[in-house]
Ligand binder design. Structure first.
Ligand code: PLA
Length: 465
């Protein structure tokens, strides 16, 4: 193909490019891809001129990604990056919800190590999993969530597909909603885990918020929640935190859950549970699944995303599941086939290692009871530092402020009520890394650091507005 390249300086290029005067004039004869050219022109990196069958293209020697701006750091995972860069020895990472030991070290559960040893002994292979994941995992994960004796399990009314932890499972659910309930809205609590919005945005699912947190009482705005769920368009998906609400640590009472279920049923909504902390809220796997189970007991169809990041400490293994409870086994089979169809072009099939760990721990009675004991230990340590933080705040703060809301909150986090400026002070002055909404992860706190944290909170609360 005849083609001539001529170096030339272009006056019509954006100012930012004018220093890079090493543009090239490209002349081509014959056929030319005009659509591609038009696209390029829109990006104004390439200029064209037509002379009959001759087209001249000015190609600019700049990155084709020039138009991409810098993304902001992630509000949660970005905190860990900032923490790593801080050299102060008092620094404390209370940003991401990741469990640490009393020595503030990451913790690999003993049952996980035992399960991994079993896996090694068996010399298992690394073949692809089916699209829906490891069969043994899918069985135990649904049983753990709903209870093995639950009729939805017995009647095979649950479509369970292994997902890339909680996030990936939520993403699959969002893709299902987008494809099969076009235009349906997801309503979520205000506030909620920040990534919920990202997941729905990227899946193209419209969403809005229902009232949840009342800053005046530092508790649940139950009336606001109920009236917003009532006001949502019929057939909306209601995103609910199964237990240990993130970031507030405020869960509805069993009676309130029943009322929430009443309204959802009245309005023909579909519950969409996110269960990322089963066993971590109370220390009991069954108690933490009671909200989901009470909805299932009413015969409701619903979605539940699960995660093993926290309760088995499998953060980096990316292991979780999406469960869709349907009114018939036949519907469940069809839903499962479509979840697989959605997963295949996204990531093809899920990773095997974490699935095998879960299957080995939950499916083995000895390891299962050992796991429950370890989980109680982790949940217990968090409860201890929660109490110690409250004690330190109450003893040190002479203003009379009531800090007891900290004790009422559940799970890994405490929602301190500190605003952005106060949270910035926590980080800039005290080297305490936390999210800007005032959330601290108590799972990253040791007893030894409670007093220091209390000093930082009192200073930020009283001296920064
Ligand atoms: N759902 C909720 C409510 C969560 O808090 C988290 C994790 C997830 C789902 C997803 O976790 P997974 O994908 O690892 O299973 N939230 C963390 C971490 C602990 C994060 O933001 O990714 C948090 O610090 O809020």
């Amino acid at each position: 193909m005849a083609s001539t390249m001529i170096a030339l300086a272009s006056a019509s290029l954006p100012a930012s490019l004018s220093l890079r005067n090493n543009c090239k004039l490209k002349m081509k004869r014959g056929s030319f891809d005009h659509n591609a050219l038009l696209k390029e022109k829109r990006n104004s990196f390439i200029k064209t001129k037509s002379f009959g069958r001759l087209t001249m293209v000015v190609a600019v020697n700049v990155s084709r990604f020039e138009g991409i701006t810098m993304a902001p750091p992630d509000p949660i995972l970005g905190v860990s990056e900032a923490f790593k860069a801080d050299t102060n020895e008092m620094k404390l990472n209370l940003g991401v919800g990741a469990y640490r030991t009393e020595e503030l070290q990451p913790y690999v559960l003993n049952v996980v190590k035992k399960a991994e040893n079993l896996m090694l002994e068996r010399g298992e292979n690394k073949e692809y999993l089916p699209i829906e994941g490891l069969a043994a995992f899918n069985i135990v994960t649904a049983e753990l969530l709903f209870g093995a004796a639950n009729s939805v399990i017995q009647q095979q009314r649950v479509a369970t597909v292994q997902g890339l932890s909680g996030t990936g499972s939520l993403r699959l659910a969002a893709a299902l909603i987008e494809r099969y309930f076009p235009g349906a809205k997801v309503i979520m609590s205000s506030p909620t885990w920040g990534n919920h919005k990202n997941i729905l945005n990227d899946a193209g699912v419209p969403w809005s918020e229902y009232r949840y947190y009342d800053p005046k009482t530092v508790g649940l705005d139950f009336d606001g929640m109920i009236s917003d769920i009532k006001a949502a368009p019929e057939g909306s998906f209601v995103l609910l935190h199964g237990c240990a609400h993130n970031p507030t640590g405020i869960d509805p009472t069993p009676e309130q859950w029943e009322k929430i279920a009443d309204v959802i049923q009245e309005k023909n909504h579909i519950p969409f549970f996110d269960v990322a902390y089963q066993g971590f809220a109370s220390g009991s796997l069954d108690a933490d699944a009671s909200s989901v189970r009470s909805f299932v007991a009413r015969g409701m169809e619903l979605l539940v995303a699960q995660s093993y990041s926290k309760n088995l400490g499998l953060y980096a293994e990316r292991i979780g599941a999406i469960n869709v409870v349907c009114s018939s086994a036949d519907a469940a089979e069809r839903v499962k086939s479509q979840l697989k169809r959605l997963a295949r072009p996204m990531y093809s099939n899920p990773p095997i290692h974490g699935a095998r760990i879960v299957a080995n721990v939950v499916g083995n009675p000895a390891l299962f009871s050992e796991w429950k004991a370890e989980m109680e230990l982790m949940a217990g340590r968090i409860k201890n530092v929660r109490q110690k933080l409250y004690d330190s705040l109450s003893a040190k703060d002479k203003s009379g402020k009531d800090w007891s809301f900290i004790l009422k909150q559940i799970g890994m986090f405490s929602f301190t009520g500190l605003n952005k400026a106060q949270s910035d002070n926590m980080t800039n002055k005290w080297h305490v890394y936390m999210t800007k909404d005032g959330r601290v992860s108590l799972a990253g706190l040791s007893s030894a650091k409670c007093e220091y944290l209390a000093d930082a909170i009192i200073d930020s609360y009283h001296n920064v507005s």
